[in-house]
Write a protein that binds this ligand. Sequence first.
Ligand SMILES: C[S@@+](CC[C@H](N)C(=O)[O-])C[C@H]1O[C@@H](n2cnc3c(N)ncnc32)[C@H](O)[C@@H]1O
Length: 438
Amino acid sequence: MKFVDLFCGIGGFHSALSELGHECVFACDSDRDAATVYERNFGISAHKDIRDCKDLPEFDILCAGFPCQPFSKSGSQEGFEDKTRGTLFHEIMRIVRESEPSILFLENVPNLHGHDKGNTYSIIKESIEKEGYRFWSSILSPHTFGTPQIRKRLYMVAIKKEYCNSEDFEFPSCENPITNVRTLLDKKSTVPKKYHLAEEEIEILNHWNFFIQNISPEVTPSSPTWSQEFGRKYPLEKIHPITKPWRITVGKLKDILETEGIRYSTSRFRSEVLNHFPPYIVSARKPLPEWKKKFILNNREKWEEISIDIGYEWLEKTRTFKQTYQKFEWQVGGEERDIWKHMIQFRPSGIRVKKTNYTPALVAIAQIPIIGWQQRRMTPKECARAQDFDVDGLKGDEYILDSSDSRAYKQLGNAVNVKVTREIMSEIQDYIGDKYGK
Ligand SMILES: C[S@@+](CC[C@H](N)C(=O)[O-])C[C@H]1O[C@@H](n2cnc3c(N)ncnc32)[C@H](O)[C@@H]1O
């Protein structure tokens, strides 16, 4: 069959569908770097903005992993066309009306389901059904197909009614095979130095390793652990010092620090004294919600329980770290308490340690998964394996990534997983079977 690859990125859909023998006749993406990678691998020059794509060649399947935007909730008398106007989904529907493809194959983040209280998803479904398609969707992740990455995505399939064999389309069945990140990795000796952790990063992780190894095995660390609350006593009712009526004087703030035994700056300036309080307190514009207070209190209590084992020196050093390094999430359950045996990620929400069975979903350049036992980040090529791109040329030509690492990580973080896409496409083929008379 012939397909078009809208919002093609670096070609997750293309890789999957061409493995099954389908032919791409048109692609578009506004990102020129992604388009360059696409052209290098597939020999197709992607058009730019979808809004300028008119008169597409004939095709059977429309593929699109489109950016999600809110729709208008305007009055019910208006058609779906009006509700979607101005969004990129509107452009997909314009092409659907112009070209009447037999199959639509769409992908998005799972949140699309609940986006705008379910409004966005309903409009997508109803707009497609109105054009004479049956519509199905499912949330799937590569880890249930044997690839060690958890990446839940919403896959939507729509088929013109005349090609439907039954009301039910079955998405590929998921199992939970045992997977291990090690299957994605190159040998440590072949990995360039630039992927290895910096000394400062190793020091920070060793510091948290001391923490996890010195609390008694019977004690589970709070999840997440906010060390900013360890040893703190500041009142939770009145410590929103910026906005009236909670504004309190610099002198009072210093008194609080005194009772907490925190060495504070001698400055008269509020902003400097405030540096000794966690940013989520300093920036709070309203009283803290109950759940947050409870959470803070839990962390304070936990410190009471473990402070003898950990020691004040450890805490004082932690307080010198930047905020995201003061938070810690231990997500390996009962497994060995050694950070260096697991996967690690530096996230805005803190340092997260996870089991070695999956990589976390590839998202942003700043959060590239770290392989604890090799004290290094995953390379773009290893991330591409987690997305099932054929970077080793096991099925034909080797897939070539962007020459810039930061661009390659970003493009892989945007891409659709090739294996999941291929499995769904196989099911689509089985479902339409002989009905598709081409
Ligand atoms: C989620 S990514 C899709 C990635 C793709 N499925 C892949 O496997 O690499 C969405 C893409 O939409 C592109 N995009 C955003 N606005 C666009 C527009 N107006 N026209 C064409 N492409 C656009 C972005 O550059 C991005 O590459």
